[in-house]
Design a protein around this ligand. Sequence first.
Ligand code: ADP
Ligand code: ASP
Ligand code: MG
Length: 403
Amino acid sequence: MIVVKKFGGTSVGTPERIMNVAKRCIEDYNKGNDVVVVLSAMGDSTDDLIALAKQLNPNPPKRELDMLMSTGEQVSVSLMAMAMASLGVRAVSLNAFQVAMHTTHTYGNARLKRIDSERIRHELEDRKIVLITGFQGVNKYDDVTTLGRGGSDTTAVAIAAALHADTCEIYTDVDGVYTADPRIVPNAKKLEEITYDEMLDLATLGAGVLHNRSVELAKKYGVKLIVRSSLNNSEGTIVKEETKLVERMLISGVAVDRNSDRISVIGVKNEPGVAFKIFDVLAKAGINIDVILQSYGQGDTKDISFTLPSDRVDEAVEILNNSTDRLHFERVDVRHDIAKLSVVGAGMMSNPGVAAKMFEALYNANINISMISTSEIRITVLIDEKDAVRGAQAVHDAFGLED
Ligand code: ADP
Ligand code: ASP
Ligand code: MG
């Protein structure tokens, strides 16, 4: 059996934890399995590296930031190889160059394009445990790229797909996927199973337990994903195509995203092509837009508001302000203190009234909604950031998701 195991920052945060992970992987290896391990940087070291960079330059060149951030994962894999060697097991650490993990060129948010699995297979045939740096890749200029925060999950799934692994286990600091972030909603319940589509929406809408692109890839290549704790032996959550619980579950989870901002472009012309021009200039810069609201328009002008990741907002404003030859508007307003609150569930497709129930819960909690967006299996509202935790709890309660 080929097993890919990924361990997040907390799981490799100290030398003791690295040793524990080493032992856990060796148990699997001793059963005769081929074991590939993908690691994140230790603890908060990626945050620390970014903070260090900002002490020298508040707006560091993205290429150099990737060069810096990618060092964290290299620390983890080399230390893990040393830990395994001390336990008498042959292991080899490989970075993105050694594996040949090809990505698009975008620094800071590159997408994986192709993995040459030859080196990994060769090392596995030699009965070594293969330790691979998560989060990083190589672009066509032979530069280091990173896959976006939390991207090690995506590395793991991509490798599992390339090797046709039997499972991809994501080890983290919670026991699995819960009906909400247990740090925000303490009585959230662990899910036994969840579908790729629901997990993809939850991850995209703020459930940071999995990087959303890892779920996208898992779905595309049919990789069986298991999310479980590195600190205990509990069962975890299986992410897969069909779940037996799906019929019964109206809502599978609530997600909160506090890392989005809202931009309002005020006073654009009330004529065809305006939305296209705004979103086209932003798309060309690779900025993902989420909830969109366009005002009805009075007379000659209208307003268009949308949400986007907080770390792209300055860039987006600059792009808009530099596009005044194509785009005419009065001004751009930015709000940082907003949060997106979403409910996700395949069951809502066949059950009307989910939106009403969510809005009622927020009304009862006296929380104002400023924007709404829906799809077949999710409803997202924009609320004030200060109401995010209370709102998540209220909605979670209203749908009876508690343990
Ligand atoms: P790792 O470093 O292992 O990748 P992350 O911090 O990226 O760990 O992800 C785990 C965290 O995700 C948990 O500690 C939890 O606070 C958060 N989280 C958010 N939403 C959920 C959810 N629905 N279920 C479980 N955990 C969640
Ligand atoms: N170390 C990277 C981060 O902190 C990648 C990851 O943890 O998945 O974002
Ligand atoms: Mg993570």
